[in-house]
Structures are given as C-alpha cells and as structure tokens.
Design a binder for this molecule. Sequence first.
Ligand code: NG6
Ligand code: CA
Length: 510
Amino acid sequence: MFKYSFLFLTLLCSFSNLLSQTTQSITEKPNIIIIYADDLGYGDVSCYGATKIKTPNIDKLSKQGLRFMDAHATSATCTPSRYSLLTGEYAWRRKGTDIAPGNAAALIKPGKPTLPLMLQNAGYKTGVIGKWHLGLGNEGGPDWNREIRPGPLEIGFNYSFLIPATGDRVPCVFVENRNVVKLNPKDTIQVSYSIPVGNEPTGKDHPELLKLMPSVGHNNTIVNGISRIGYMSGGKSALWTDENIADTLTTKAKNFIINNKSNPFFLYFATHDIHVPRVPNQRFVGKSGLGARGDVILQLDWTVGEITKLLDSLHLRNNTLIIFSSDNGPVVDDGYADKALELLNGHTPAGVLRGGKYSAFDGGTRVPFIVSWKGKIKFGVSNAALSHIDLFASLATLTGKQFYTNATSDSHNNIKVLLGKSKKGRDYIIEHALNGTLSIIKENWKYIEPSNGKRIDENTNIELGNYQEAQLYNLSVDLGEKNNVASDNKNKVKELSELLNMIRYNGIKN
Ligand code: NG6
Ligand code: CA
C-alpha cells in the first residue's frame, strides 16, 4: 500500500514539475507598450499603403515586426473600444458605454477584472498616459477640485496622466493620478454639459475670439481660442495648450519608461492624435501638405519614433512587446473647420475600405495594427483575423495569468496569432457601430444586421452602413463592401445572424 502511494506521489511530483516547467517555458514577462492612436484609419500610414503622406517611424516599427491586415477595434467609436480593450468584455453588453461626456462617472468600476490589473498581478508596474474617455469619479461625475476617484488607479494602474475625456470636451486640463495638474485651489473648476457655468465666452456667442472655427457643434466654452463640447469655468492655471499636448504626453510616457526600465512595465499610451481639434505643434504645421489632419499624423509618427528610439537607447527592444493600433476608423471633418476635407489631396484615410469612424462598414473598425518584439516576432505581414478584445486573454496567457482568461468569455487567447506563430486568426470578429448596429465576420463573410439607423451621418458625411435589410459581403473579393450578396446566400445570412445572436445573448466562447 505504502509502496503504491509512494509511487503515486513520485509520479505526481514529476508530473507537476513537468507541468510547471512547461508553464514556465511559455510564460514571459516582456515590457508591454500599447500605443493607441485616436481615429487613425486603415489607409492613414504609409506602411498601410498611404502615398500622400509618409510615416517613417511607424513604417520602421512595422519593418521590425508584424503588420496585421485584418485587425479590428471592437467599436467604431472611442469609449466602447477602450472599454473593451481594457476589460476584455464587449462594451455593447454594458449600458452607458457609448461616447462619454467629459463629466461622466467612471465606467469601469473597481473590482472588475482589467488588463492592467491582470498585469499588475503578474508583477508589472502599470501606467496609462493620454486620452482616457472612460469617465472618472462616482455617480454624478467628479469634483475636479478634490481627489478624483475612482479612476485608473482603482482599476489596476499604478500611474496615470490623463486627458480626462477628449481634446474637444471640457475640462481642458490634465489629471495626474487623482488630481488636476497645476490647479490653483482658489480658482475652482466647474463643469457642466447642460447649462453654461461661469462667465467664459462661448464659441456660439463669440466666434470672433476663435482661432479654429467649429463646423458642427463644438461651440460651447472657449479654451485656448477653440470652443469645445461642454461648459467650464475656473482652473485657468491648469488649462492645457493644445499645441503642446503631444509633447507633454510623450515626455510623460518616456519618463514612465525610464522610471520603470528595471522592472516589467505595462504602458497604455493613448495619444490625443489624430482626434479633433487637430492643433499640431509649430514643428509640424504645414509639413504634410495635407493640412492639420496630415500634420497631426506626422506628429503621431514623431511620437512613435520618440518611444522606439528611447527603447533602443535603453537596450529594451529585446524585452519589450510594442503594439501600435487605433481605437476606431478615420473621419475627415469631425466638427471643426480645419480644412481636412479641402486639403485631402487624394489621400484616402480608410484606404480601400468603405465607411469610417462611426460606421458598420469595415472603415469603422478595421485599423492599423503592428506588433514588434525584437528577437521574438519575425518581420512580416499577417492576414490572420485579430481583435483588440483578445489582448486581455492573450497577454494573460503570455504572462502566466491564464486564470484571468475565464474572467471574460468575450476575450479569447490568441497569443500565437499576435506573435506571428499561427496564421489561423480569430474564428469570428464582431464589429460595433455608432447607434448599436452589430456585424460579424467569419471566414471573410461579413454580415451586417438590419437596422433602422441612419444611412449617413449628416455631421461627417460618413456612410454608417445601416440598412433595413440584411447585408452580406464576401470580403475575400469585395473588401470595399460594394456588393450586397445577401439575397443569393440566404443560408450564409442565416448562419451568421444566428451565430451573432448566440454571441450577443449567451456570450459563448469557442
Ligand atoms: C462626436 C463629436 C466628435 C467627436 C466624437 C467622439 C460632434 C458634432 N461630434 O459626438 O467631434 O468628439 O463625438 O470621438 O460633437 S471619439 O473618437 O472620442 O469617439
Ligand atoms: Ca476615437
């Protein structure tokens, strides 16, 4: 009896040793940097085919890694995309995760499993720098004059330096950890999204004070000669200067890297570029020949170069996984008369794709996606289907925190795809457009569910992709979604609409 138990124990020990060795050998803890651009389109950078603009630093990153041709943000707008990226859960499962006003309460509640929390538990120092747009504070939104919580520090980040919402929404101040930066306590900040507060001039009443005119909306409080969405007063010493946002964020990101170079770190670097208002630093003004929109693409490219050069100089490239992508597709005129449309000069921000930001067509969510990890990822191009929703489970698997992959059934482990070790991408991709329309892509067939939503967004002139009848596109021959072949492929429509509904209602995991 004793003999057998001993044998059993010995076998068990060697089995568990073997198991831990295997786990150890696949577990790695590289530094992880996600550079998350805003509104950058599939056709906006030269390594994705842009010819009217050159993005040498992004192209170089692509040459040092893998460029995905079929990678998707989860939504066609910012807030839901970012919610999904950080939680691994489709935002459309949660009410209140559409484009958030600048005084929204925290949308990701403390206690929810998140990407930064998972990495923190894996031993990482975690930081978020840049655009947040996921709300701050408790119900009713934050009091900007006090400690602001909950925020990133309550959901897994060790450090944060934020644009609270967007560049075009008040308050136009940075929040570092729990406080507004450079706030004079005697000059308190008031924010409202319903009624004017204080005596600050608005773009609506004082267009003569503007250096950049709105084209749609964006006519409330004027800050730095630009009128915004929402009203604010006070906080004069804390107001940002739009021309310096990219410099400030890049410096903060570089400092975070330098300060954490000796331990594994995760940096979620969410640039303001290329969102509106597009106000490039003087160094980039006029340099693209495509107006402000092109100039801020150059500024974004510079930002990427600053980060990669710093990593090179610190000899961290062998030990750093860099992911570069965008939160949603491109838009040309997004509410300011910055001549983006007039100066396009034949540039096609969405490349061959139909639609753009806000849209159910692929222009809404198919975005540039580059991964680079020197010595680990081979240079190349991948046609595998990939979604931002999978970063959570994939990075959990990489860093040995697999149990987190059960936290959300939406996020699947696709680490092999991400690292270029498998060409078989995600089984299906779900896309989420403004006003809620869902689409599904499986084996290059794309189904867009019927919708009563608007066909065209009158503000941006973007085709939203909403039709009352079902749409089916064969993306292998029709990436531009021009021929709706639903009526000739009724079985495919049935199969995909059923699969979409199953995912929508049951949250199945393949
Ligand atoms: C829209 C704004 C647009 C932009 C967008 C959010 C108007 C007319 N349009 O409502 O300018 O701010 O919201 O963009 O106000 S996102 O990339 O953050 O989702
Ligand atoms: Ca965006």
